[in-house]
Design a protein around this ligand. Sequence first.
Ligand code: NI
Length: 184
Amino acid sequence: MKFPITVYGDPVLRKSAEPIGPDYPGLEEFLAHFWETMYYADGVGLAAPQVGLSIRVFVVDASAMADEDPSLKEFRKVFINPTILDYAGDPWSMEEGCLSLPEIRENVSRPDRVRIRYQDAQFNWHEEEYSGYVARVIQHEYDHLEGRLFIDYLSPLRRKILRGRLMAISRGKVSPHYKIRVPA
Ligand code: NI
């Protein structure tokens, strides 16, 4: 089953998401559908608020970047109850997109490294450091759990230029290849 993707204008994307425990009902099944949704929508990451659930869960599959960084060949991870403990390194810019902001791509500057503490799908704790592309994807997905979107980092002028397109998205006047949930 694939979930519809929530888009700009949906209040769930602006909420701070809630932690979950091992007793969260149907987590294994949810994660299976969640991965399926991400792959079908051609995402490299997906955060639970993007399928309408305000819980602290995101997934990342960076294996497509293995050409540039062979260590990413098997990178497919579930992050539960994450906290970014530290941001470090020189900020750099890259064009980002987001399944919740269809057809919008903008350059976003982010620090190069993060240290993150999180639980895996078995609720074991991990503390890891990432840099480069994966650190960027992790920051983007983590932001979704804090109610932030990449457009928040743009200059006021850039945001003004995008205003019309953002309004159109919030009214469902956009046609990505995946199913969206238009805000009420
Ligand atoms: Ni996103």
